[in-house]
Structure formats: C-alpha cells, structure tokens
Write a protein that binds this ligand. Structure first.
Ligand SMILES: Cc1ncc(COP(=O)(O)O)c(C=O)c1O
Length: 371
C-alpha cells in the first residue's frame, strides 16, 4: 500500500544527520529543555525571517493551550475556530479553559470563512483561531482586520503549514502568537511528540516559557499556575535537522501537487486551490468528488493508501456534538465532509508510485464512473 504520508522515509532520507544528532544528545547527558531546545528555538525564529521568539513545547495541542493561557484567556472566553480541523485545535482551546465557537469554511480555500467569523462574534468572543488547513494559508489579512475592528486576539494554528507563505510572508508571523505541532507526520515532524510557539513579544514568550514548566521563575518558584509541557532534547535535535531541509521538502511536495493537478485537471474533481501569491505547504493533498467512498475503495483495492482527512468534522464527534455554539450552522463544512479524499503526499513519493496513484484514479473515471 502506498501510504498517504511516510515519516520513516523522512528519517531514511536524513538518517546520517539525525543519527548524529541523537548521539550528540545521548552523549550530552542532558535530555529535556537544554541547548538543543535553545538552538531549535533560535533556528525556528530565523527560518521565519522575523524578529520573533520561539518556545519549544511538548506537542501542538499544548502549544494552542499555552498561547491562550499566555494571553490571559480562560474560563468564559470564546474562541472562534473552524470545525474543519484536527480535534486537537478544539481540545487545546478547551484545555486552556476557553470555549470554542465554530465558524464555517470558505469552500475554495477550505479554511475558516471571514464572513462566518463576523457572524459568530458575540459579547464573550475574545479571539479568533484560524487553521492553515492542509498547508493552505487562511485569509490572514482579512482575519487580522476583523480581529482589530472587534478587539479580538488572533492566534494562528500552523500545525499543518510549516513554511507556507502569503506574499512572501510565512504563516505564523501574521498574528501575535502562533502554535505549531511537530508530530512525526507533520511537514516539520520529529520522531515523537513535539510542538513550538512563535511569538512576537519577548515578554509573552518568557511568560509562556514559565507556563510550560509549572509557572516557575528562575528560582524554580511557581509564580503562576502552569503546565508540564517541555520539549525534550532528542526531539529538538531531530527537528533542527528537519528544519534545515524543510524548504526543500516543501518544494518537493509542491512539485508532486503540480503533477496531480495536471493529471486531474479535466476530471470531475475539485482540486486544492492554487493562488499565485501563496506558497502552499502541501501537508495533505485533498480532492473533493462525488461517490467518494466508492473511489476510496477503488484506490485501496489498487494499493493506494488514500484516506479521509477527516472522516468527521469536530462538531460531528460525539464529544463535541450539540454543545458548541455555531455547530448547527456549518453547511459548507458539512458539504465538504461528504466529498473529501486525501491522496498520498510526502516528499519521498517517487515518480513510479506517483504515476501509480494517478493512473489508479484516472482509470476509475475512464471506466465510466462519472457522477
Ligand atoms: C490543525 C492541527 N492543530 C493542532 C494539532 C495538534 O498537534 P499535536 O498532535 O502535536 O498535539 C494538529 C495535529 O494533529 C493539527 O493538525
């Protein structure tokens, strides 16, 4: 089966550098929050080309919760976010004690729809959390305008979009604070859990550094109530290696996407949006089509590991159903969830396998399976 993503291929590609990094950490005798984390944080900031600050944390869900806690948000504060995201976005909001509110998506970008955000703003709304879903940048300029006009914080969930850009500016640098997951399948993924926060203000970064470790000050005295959300040295050392290759790896993803786009342009499928002023991080290549489940079964019978991202929107999961404001007005999201289908996408996807995915999909349509 050709997988839809392949973290082990990423390790094999960068094996000698990663093995050296792991050995360096093992030999150092210092395993959590040390020089590798410090170096990763600095390198992550310089990758983004802005005078920001980074804070390495244990995972992307904690990164979201820590951003909110860092801003002083918590019980009673509403955060507008899409239901079309990983459950983790909403779990992170609730972990901070905040209340998620769902806005619908724009059917072209599949990211949060600015107009729907405006419709959801209420007296308890404190922040907007757009998600750059699949690596597609959200409409950040418009979202920041809405944030400013309504005195709302904006926090970017960049977990699927490391290295994506709008007009040459990297996502994660539009808002005051941004959260990234470094889970192994991500464009910048380690070999275990990991996450990082990008932050415009040094004071806020220092507060979040304290929050990630029991709210400690430099004397290990808890001055605020915090979490344990430390990034370990092994993951930081591996992420430093992966970061050096991130732009090249993203370019390889985009080349694969171009080949898919060309091969599918005349088929009755909706392709990911292609905007000339943006760099898509191509975390996932997701199409939309009729008779999706039949096509999924066909692809699987051809050993193509197509899958659904996601099978359910967050408001359709039992844990979130019928209890989140906005969850009953998500027509675009619900429409998308009947049609979405994810095809294999990772930098090491070779020409032969790519051709196999393409011919397996196109043959299904050639065989008369038009809607
Ligand atoms: C959009 C989005 N937000 C947040 C997360 C949370 O990341 P983690 O799994 O590292 O907690 C993920 C990863 O699954 C994600 O895809």
């Amino acid at each position: 089966m050709i997988p839809f993503g392949d973290p082990s291929a990423s390790y094999q590609t960068h094996k000698s550098e990663i093995d050296q990094a792991i050995k360096r950490v093992l030999d150092s005798g210092w395993y959590v929050l040390g020089t590798e984390v410090d170096a990763f944080e600095k390198e992550f900031v310089s990758f983004h080309g802005k005078d920001f600050h980074a804070v390495g944390v244990a995972n992307g869900t904690d990164a979201i919760a820590l951003c909110l806690r860092g801003l002083g948000l918590g019980i009673g504060d509403e955060i507008i976010t899409p239901s079309h995201t990983a459950v983790a976005t909403v779990a992170g909001i609730e972990q901070a004690g905040c209340t998620p509110v769902f806005a619908d998506i724009d059917p072209v970008s599949r990211c949060i729809d600015p107009q729907s955000i405006e419709e959801r703003i209420g007296p308890k709304t404190r922040a907007i959390m757009p998600v750059h879903i699949y690596g597609q940048p959200a409409a950040m300029h418009r979202i920041l305008e809405i944030g400013k006009a309504n005195q709302l914080e904006v926090i970017e969930d960049c977990s699927q979009a490391h290295g994506a850009e709008i007009n040459g500016q990297k996502v994660g640098t539009f808002a005051k604070l941004s959260a990234f997951s470094c889970y192994p399948t991500k464009n910048l993924g380690g070999t275990g859990d990991g996450g990082v926060i990008l932050c415009r203000s040094k004071d806020l970064a220092n507060k979040i550094k304290s929050l990630r470790q029991y709210g400690w000050n430099e004397h290990r005295e808890s001055t605020i109530t915090g979490f344990n959300s430390r990034l370990d040295e092994m993951q930081a050392a591996i992420l430093r290696v992966k970061l050096r290759h991130l732009s090249d790896d993203n370019e390889k993803r985009r080349l694969i996407a171009q080949k898919y786009n060309r091969a599918f342009e005349d088929l009755p499928v909706t392709l990911p949006s292609q905007n000339t002023n943006e760099l898509h991080a191509m975390h996932l290549y997701v199409i939309e089509c009729e008779r999706r489940d039949e096509l999924l079964n066909h692809l699987r019978s051809k050993e193509v590991g197509a899958s659904l991202h996601y099978r359910l929107a967050v408001h359709q999961h039992a844990a979130y159903a019928n209890r989140i404001r906005g969850g009953d007005e998500l027509s675009m999201t619900e429409y998308f969830y009947q049609k979405n289908l994810t095809l294999p996408m990772f930098p090491q996807l070779c020409e032969e396998k790519l051709e196999h995915v393409i011919s397996s999909l196109t043959s299904w349509f050639k065989n008369g399976n038009y809607p």
